[in-house]
Design a protein around this ligand. Structure first.
Ligand SMILES: Cc1cc2nc3c(=O)[nH]c(=O)nc-3n(C[C@H](O)[C@H](O)[C@H](O)COP(=O)(O)OP(=O)(O)OC[C@H]3O[C@@H](n4cnc5c(N)ncnc54)[C@H](O)[C@@H]3O)c2cc1C
Length: 301
C-alpha cells in the first residue's frame, strides 16, 4: 500500500500523520532514510484510533527518542509511531508509586522522583530515551534497571485495544524483554522507595562520572553491543585494536570503545559496516560473538 493511500485512509488525523519523514531527525545517530508515514498522536486515545484504522498488513515501528535505533539509509516501509512529545503525562499515585506515559523522557522521571523524594530513580538520568524505549529495552545504568521497578504496564495491541499487563507477564533479562507479541507500551506504573535525602546532586555526580568515560555530546547510540557474560564489550573491542577504526564519517570512539560516533556526515551504511567489522574482528581475536544492543531497522538505500 502506498504512503499516499495510507494518508488518504486516515484524513481525520490531519497533520499528525506526515509522509516521507527523514528518520535522521528522530535518531540520536542522526542517520536514516525516510519513513513512509510518521504519526505523532495527540494522546493515547488518538493513538488507539490510528491503530484501529491502520490496515493489518502495514508494517509498524514505534519510536521514542531514537537513542537506540540504527535506521538504514533506505528508510522505513510502513508507519512509524512517535511517542515522544505525545504521551507525556507523569504523576505520583501514592507514597511510593508513580505513573508515567511512554513518551516521558527517562531524565524527567529521574528529576521528578528526586523532587518527590523517591528513589532509586537517579539511574534514569543517564538514559537519553523515553520510558517506552526503556520498557522495551530494560534500559539500565549504574547497576540499576527499569523492570525491577515495574508494577504494571498499559499496552495497545495491533487493533488499538488497550490492555493492562503485570510485570510477571514478561520475561526480563539484561537488555531483553519478552512479552505478548504485537503489543506496544503506552505507559507504566513504577514503584520506588521513599528516599527523603535524595537530591539533584546525586544525579549531577553520576552524570559527571559518565562524561569522564563516555563521549557524551557526540552523535551516538550509547553502547552498541551488549556485554557478553563475564566480560565487557568495550574491553574486547579496545584490546582487538579497534579504537578509532573508521569507515566514512563513522568511527569507534577513542573514549569508549563500545560507542560508535557519527562525526557529522556518516550514513547508516557506514555505521553498520563499522558494526560488522567490529563483530568479525572481535570474533577472530577473542572467539566471542558480540550481539548488538542497538536495534537495526529499515531497508538499505
Ligand atoms: C549517549 C547515550 C547513552 C546511553 N546510555 C544508556 C545506558 O546507560 N543504559 C541503557 O540501557 N541505554 C543507554 N542508551 C541507549 C538508549 O538510550 C536506551 O536503550 C533507551 O531506553 C532507548 O529509548 P528510546 O526512547 O530512545 O527508544 P528508541 O531508540 O526510540 O527505540 C528503541 C527500541 O524500543 C522500541 N520502542 C520504543 N518505544 C516503544 C514503546 N512505547 N513500546 C514498545 N516498543 C518501543 C523501539 O521500537 C526500538 O525497538 C544510551 C544512548 C545514548 C545515545
Amino acid at each position: 500500500m502506498s504512503a499516499q493511500r495510507l494518508v488518504d485512509l486516515a484524513p481525520e488525523f490531519g497533520t499528525r500523520v506526515l509522509r516521507d519523514v527523514s528518520m535522521a531527525k528522530h535518531t540520536s545517530w542522526h542517520v536514516g532514510g525516510p519513513a513512509d508515514l510518521f504519526f505523532t498522536p495527540r494522546d493515547a486515545m488518538d493513538l488507539a484510533a490510528f491503530m484501529r484504522q491502520l490496515p493489518p498488513e502495514v508494517p509498524l515501528l514505534w519510536v521514542g527518542l531514537g537513542s537506540n535505533l540504527l535506521v538504514r539509509d533506505g528508510g522505513i516501509r510502513g508507519a512509524v509511531i512517535s511517542t515522544h512529545g505525545a504521551l507525556g503525562a507523569l504523576e505520583r499515585l501514592n507514597a511510593t508509586r508513580i505513573q508515567a506515559e511512554a513518551g516521558v523522557p527517562c531524565a524527567r522521571i529521574a528529576r521528578q522522583c528526586v523532587k518527590w523524594g523517591l528513589g532509586p530513580a537517579e539511574f534514569f538520568a543517564g538514559i537519553p530515551g523515553t520510558l517506552g524505549g526503556a520498557l522495551a529495552m530494560n534500559a539500565g545504568a549504574w547497576g540499576a534497571e527499569t523492570w525491577p521497578h515495574v508494577v504494571e504496564v498499559d499496552v495497545l495491541d495491533r487493533r488499538g485495544a488497550r490492555h493492562t499487563r503485570q510485570a510477571a507477564d514478561y520475561e526480563i533479562g539484561y537488555r531483553s524483554v519478552k512479552g505478548p507479541a504485537d503489543e506496544w507500551f503506552i505507559g507504566a506504573r513504577l514503584e520506588f522507595e521513599r528516599k527523603p535525602g535524595v537530591n539533584t546532586e546525586a544525579i549531577r555526580a553520576l552524570l559527571d562520572k559518565r562524561r569522564q568515560t563516555q563521549p557524551i555530546g557526540e552523535w551516538s547510540c550509547g553502547s552498541v553491543f551488549t556485554n557478553p557474560p563475564g566480560d565487557h564489550a568495550a574491553r574486547l573491542i579496545e584490546s582487538a585494536g579497534l579504537k578509532g577504526f573508521r569507515i566514512g564519517d563513522a568511527s569507534v570512539s577513542e573514549k569508549h570503545a563500545n560507542f560508535i560516533i557519527n562525526h557529522g556526515a556518516a550514513r547508516a551504511a557506514d555505521i553498520e559496516a563499522v558494526i560488522r567489522h567490529v563483530q568479525s574482528t572481535v570474533a577472530q581475536v577473542h572467539g566471542i560473538a558480540l550481539t548488538t544492543e542497538v536495534r537495526i531497522v529499515g531497508v538499505p538505500a
